[in-house]
Design a protein around this ligand. Structure first.
Ligand code: ADP
Length: 393
């Protein structure tokens, strides 16, 4: 089996991980502030040793060369790139000129992400011209949604001529945790699962027999749940009101909804759930309200997602909040108790591993740490090397 380098490239940063078949640890790192005087890279290299290096004003390619020099003697056989927007592409693809053009064509739908992915793909292609590269799209898992779930009630031409529809994101994570929970529950990719991916970005998903049938994010990642700094759903007429009555231009409206809203906007304090839980415990009413809105909107979304499923096998929590906050899980499950969900307080307080946390009732409740890199490596092996490995659960 092969070692795979996984790259997740942002506009001024990238994360990388070398997924090794013969070791139970990874070589990984994060390069930040690229193209500024404060460029730096930190991570873990062979033998689990930590490192941090200032990079001057390095760009993506220079930083990538430093990252690769830190990998040491380990070879890899293919490179998998996380790509946020793949439009209507349904699975991971070997990168060629057509795929690069397609990622560029989708850039208006993901202006912060897709151009950065191209930078990463070109940098690794220059460094490793002989290795196959694969694009693994966040949107691909949701291409199985039926039309009733992905169409907006808008004039047809906006869909047919401009691709305006719901795409969904976080697909790699929803795919990974639903496969893992169903496997641990005894029937891989069988049954109906609700997934709550709760990180800085948050989304829910309805998965039936291993396929996404609906998800809360839409045309962009702004739709749906309350997130760290994103508002999630608002009345679409809000844009008109803010422009007409407050004189805001479209950039300011977009920035406000994406960067100044969500937990941060509601609390006026922080986008970080840990900070808000601590503050609420100290009596901060705005933090308490932000948590309440977050939980209520999440529970409402999960209830709505259940409409996509012929049967409800279980609910899965993942992402930084979903994996680590017993408090949030307990509140969400309590709001959904009419579905028959229960929680075992002792199991709910354990951390760090995939486990079932309900009190032995149905539908089940699970916590599953996500591992998008493992999933990207698995899909890269399949596409580039025709290796049909499965992740060991
Ligand atoms: P990203 O989407 O950037 O990958 P993460 O999945 O790491 O983010 O999630 C970040 C969120 O997880 C933050 O809101 C952070 O406060 C929250 N989080 C991490 N640990 C805890 C915890 N113990 N309790 C509550 N929230 C937590």
């Amino acid at each position: 089996m092969s070692n795979i380098l996984v790259i997740n490239c942002g506009s001024s940063s990238f994360k990388y991980a070398l997924i090794l078949q013969d070791y139970d640890y990874r070589i990984y790192g994060l390069a930040e502030n690229l193209g500024t005087p404060n460029a730096r890279i930190s991570g873990v290299t062979f033998g689990n040793e930590k490192f941090q290096i200032d990079l001057g004003q390095a760009d993506h390619k220079e930083a990538l060369a430093v990252a690769m020099s830190r990998i040491g003697q380990v070879n890899f056989d293919a490179i998998g790139h996380r790509v946020v927007h793949g439009g209507n592409i349904t699975s991971a693809r070997l990168i060629d000129d057509d795929v690069i053009q397609h990622i560029k064509d989708m850039s208006p739908l993901a202006p912060l992400h897709n151009p950065a992915h191209i930078v990463g793909i070109e940098a690794t292609a220059q460094l490793y011209p002989d290795l196959p590269q694969v694009a693994v799209f966040d949107t691909a898992f949701h291409q199985s949604m039926p039309e009733k779930a992905y169409r907006y009630a808008l004039p047809q031409a906006l869909y047919h001529e401009h691709g305006i529809r719901r795409y969904g994101f976080h697909g790699t994570s929803h795919a990974y945790v639903s496969e893992r929970a169903s496997t641990l529950a005894g029937a891989k990719n069988q049954g109906g699962w609700l997934v709550a991916h709760l990180g800085n970005g948050c989304s829910t998903c309805a998965v039936w027999n291993g396929q996404s049938l609906d998800t809360s994010m839409g045309f962009t990642p702004l739709e749906g749940l309350v997130m760290g700094t994103r508002s999630g759903d608002v009345d679409p007429s809000l844009h008109y009101f803010l422009a007409k009555n407050l004189g805001w231009d479209i950039e300011k409206i977009d920035r406000t909804l994406n960067r100044d809203s969500g937990l941060l906007g509601l609390s006026g304090l922080s986008n970080d759930m840990r900070t808000l839980i601590d503050a609420a415990e100290q009596g901060n009413e705005n933090a308490a309200l932000a948590i309440e809105v977050f939980v209520y909107r999440l529970a409402k979304s999960l209830a709505a997602m259940s409409c996509a499923l012929p049967e409800l096998t279980g609910l899965i929590f993942t992402g930084g909040i979903g994996e680590n906050s017993a408090y949030i899980r307990e509140k969400v499950v309590a709001t959904l108790s009419h579905f028959g969900f229960s929680i075992d307080a002792e199991k709910n307080n354990l951390r760090g591993q995939a486990m079932r946390i309900d009190a032995g009732t149905n539908p089940q409740v699970w916590v599953v740490p996500t591992d998008e890199e493992a999933r990207i490596a698995q899909e890269t092996r399949q596409v580039a090397l025709a290796e049909t490995t499965t992740i060991a659960y």
